[in-house]
Write a protein that binds this ligand. Structure first.
Ligand code: DOR
Ligand code: ZN
Ligand code: ZN
Length: 411
């Protein structure tokens, strides 16, 4: 099968190492089939699922269940993280043998209420995961700071969506990054900072790299595209953890994170919730009850290609951060993130000049498609998605079969 790639660009398959596919247990929001359908349509060839499902992925049998469900229904290749809590430190070797891509700790509370381990347990987790050779990633926000300001703002009667953002201040993120870097220096662990939202946290990552700590980091298209003004325009629709920051933080994120290289990976934090949970009918009400997160799999390539079009980064630097580096960071290279594997290669063909407006969120393929990118116009779009030599989507239409996708083997 020959694809007409004239005027278009063929790049190694785009790898998104941060999605909430919600299966098992939260299929009313999303499942493997719908998440990977969106991935295929959007040009993404590999996705990695987060463990805050029901049950949470904290035991070998839960991980096996997650893999089985993926094998049964995924359109593109996939993997999964396992979560580390106070309860499962002893299970780390077994979870590793079951084939988890890596581990995640949620510092502070997030969606799904996975309780954070204490600092001693985190140190021990770093030691134990170090023995497996795998990497430990963090939802990098200090929960005590957030809890304090949330309580305080509620008591003061503050109830604008922007107040929610300010209750999760940059310092909560920066401090968590710095503390985990200190722990990693002590334990020699390989660590990763998921969804870095601020320039201040990117600077902390840069300092860690300078000290010789094996710390890698990710940011998302939304932190690079929006400023916190979007909270005034779209309210809870744009609510996310960590929150979207002010213009100055965004500028430093670009500068230190992208231009100077502190940020290794781009990933979405694709986090589907129902329109009711997102309060789309009343986006400026019920601030403290609205849920955080929104979808991203079908807008991530258009956003990044728009930055390429604007001259904010080169095509090569985009591909490095959105395919090669994520595959390397999580031990999937060169199986993923490379064209070296010949006819078994994954690739994405993009049209860098294609103008596209996401006029209506129902154009998207997820089960629930609320996103602050609704209404935005982009330059650049994926026009074909090829997984291990087979076309799984063409021009936004999924042509592959559910169940074709398979787990990326990393042992
Ligand atoms: O906004 C978020 N949503 N941040 C997280 O860390 C979790 C995610 C979710 O699972 O919905
Ligand atoms: Zn997170
Ligand atoms: Zn997430």
């Amino acid at each position: 099968r020959v694809l007409d790639a004239e005027g278009n660009v063929l790049v190694p398959g785009i790898v998104d190492c941060h999605i909430h596919n919600r299966e098992p247990g939260l299929e009313y929001k999303e499942d493997w089939e719908s998440a990977t359908r969106a991935a295929a349509a959007g040009g993404v060839t590999t996705v990695v699922g987060m463990p805050n499902t029901d049950p949470v992925i904290d035991r070998p049998d839960h991980l096996e269940l997650k893999f089985e469900r993926g094998e049964a229904s995924a359109h593109v290749d996939f993997q999964s993280y396992a979560v580390v809590t106070s309860e499962n430190l002893d299970l780390i070797p077994e979870i590793d043998e079951t084939g988890a891509l890596g581990f995640k700790i949620f510092l502070g509370s997030t969606v799904g209420d996975v309780p954070p381990p204490n600092d001693g347990e985190i140190l021990e987790a770093m030691e134990r995961i170090g023995e497996t050779g795998k990497r430990l990633g963090f939802h990098e926000e200090n929960g005590e700071i957030i809890e304090h300001y949330t309580k305080r703002f509620k008591a003061d009667g503050r109830n604008e969506p922007i107040d929610h953002s300010h209750s999760r201040p940059v310092i909560a993120e920066q401090e968590a990054v710095e503390r985990m870097i200190t722990f990693a220096e002590e334990t020699d662990a390989k660590i990763h900072m998921f969804h870095v939202s601020s320039g201040s946290a990117a600077e902390a990552v840069a300092r860690g790299k300078d000290q010789g700590v094996d710390v890698t980091a990710e940011t998302t298209p939304h932190y690079l595209w929006f400023t916190e003004d979007v909270m005034h325009e779209k309210g809870n629709v744009a609510r996310v953890q960590p929150p979207i920051r002010d213009a100055e933080e965004r500028e430093t994120l670009w500068d230190v994170g992208i231009d100077q290289g502190a940020i290794d990976c781009i990933a979405t934090d694709h986090a589907p919730h129902t329109p009711t949970e997102k309060k789309v009918d009343d986006p400026f009400g019920n601030t403290w009850d609205a849920i955080s997160g929104f979808v991203g799999l079908e807008t991530e390539i258009p956003v990044m290609l728009s930055f390429v079009d604007q001259g904010r980064l080169t095509l090569e630097e985009w591909v490095r951060r959105h395919s090669t580096r994520p595959a390397q960071v999580w031990g999937m290279y060169p199986q993923k993130g490379s064209l070296q594997v010949g006819t078994d290669a994954d690739f994405t063909i993009v049209d860098p000049d294609r103008e596209w407006t996401l006029a209506d969120r129902t154009e998207l393929h997820s089960k629930n498609c609320v996103t602050p990118f609704e209404g935005e116009t982009f330059t650049g779009k994926a026009i074909a998605t090829v997984v291990r030599g087979d076309v799984v989507a063409e021009d936004g239409t999924v042509v592959g079969e559910s169940g074709y996708g398979t787990r990326v083997d990393v042992d």
